[in-house]
Write a protein that binds this ligand. Structure first.
Ligand SMILES: [Zn+2]
Length: 291
């Protein structure tokens, strides 16, 4: 599915309670973007600096076709007692909205359910199905304490699962077998594709011919990698980056996807016209494989 995701109040500061709404909105959106992409969906995050108002925001979203427009907010009220999650829709014909409120309430927030709002510009004017999540109340101490405890990623997962009806299962290769032999040697390019094919087969990401020639099956068999991954595929990724001239710092190709590898990936992505998010997905692998 294709999602257009926006953090509330892109063009000015949102409500300020115990926590700052704009900060919360952006933190949740950042995780929602990663989670949905890890689940295999296509996500466009509104560049908050580029839209001057809601009218323009909706124009951007309507210029392409999306399945969903998701607007992320946090609620604020002058009475501290108000608390919990609610999802706003133009018409209450979206079971996904109920699922989102339910999933977030399962994290410990009070479930205020789904509210119909016909007065909100975004909900009214987007071509895509739209909903707005008020994740919790930044004016309520308990809500803020809970948010500080669980962090934005759990909320993002709750939203993503509610939207898609799918279970979030990170397919990041943190389950890779650890390597014990850090390599400081600048590796040669010989055999790199062959070893990558072999390793992807061994770890169950692919079942492809190991022939040293990169093709669509090689690409398909490469897992999504991000900071925190460790193992032989990480090591092969690092070897390739070193070979291409990127500096991985003192540890070299050690099989641990840390900050140096992240920085090298971002540089590689920038140099190749890719989104510089530090996540090695299909587009980045394609360039690494020279496909
Ligand atoms: Zn708001």
């Amino acid at each position: 599915m294709k999602f257009f995701v926006s953090a509330g109040h892109p063009m000015y500061k949102g409500a300020a309670g115990i926590l700052d709404e704009t900060v919360v909105d952006r933190a949740v959106v950042k995780e929602l973007d990663l989670v949905l992409r890890e689940m295999g969906h296509i996500v466009t995050v509104l560049n908050s600096e580029s839209a001057k108002d809601y009218v323009e925001e909706v124009q951007v979203a309507n210029s392409s076709s999306y399945d969903w427009y998701v607007d992320i907010h946090a609620n604020c009220y002058h009475k501290e007692s108000a608390n919990g999650v609610e999802t706003l829709v133009y018409a209450d014909n979206k079971p996904q909205a109920h699922a989102i409120s339910k999933n977030i309430s399962d994290l410990g927030f009070y479930n205020r359910g789904v509210k119909t709002r016909t007065d909100l510009y975004i909900l009214k004017n987007t071509k895509a199905k739209a909903l707005l999540v008020e994740c919790f109340f930044i004016s309520n101490q308990n809500d803020c304490d809970l948010y500080n405890k669980i962090g934005p990623k759990k909320i993002a997962i709750a939203i993503a699962e509610g939207l898609t009806g799918e279970k979030y299962k990170s397919n990041v290769t943190v389950i890779e077998k650890p390597v014990n032999t850090p390599s400081q040697v600048k590796p040669t390019n010989d055999n790199w594709v062959r070893r990558l094919q072999q390793e992807c087969n061994m770890q169950g990401f692919s079942n492809q011919k190991v022939d040293g020639y990169p093709g669509p099956n090689t690409l398909k068999g490469c897992p999504i990698m991000r900071q925190g991954a460790r193992g032989n595929i990480t090591k092969l990724l690092q070897e390739k980056l070193i070979n291409l001239g990127y500096n991985l710092g003192q540890y070299g190709a050690d099989g641990v996807f840390g900050a140096a590898t992240y920085n090298a990936v971002v540089k590689f992505q920038k140099a190749n016209g890719l989104t510089p998010d530090g996540i090695v997905g299909q587009n980045t692998w394609r360039k690494l494989l020279n496909l």
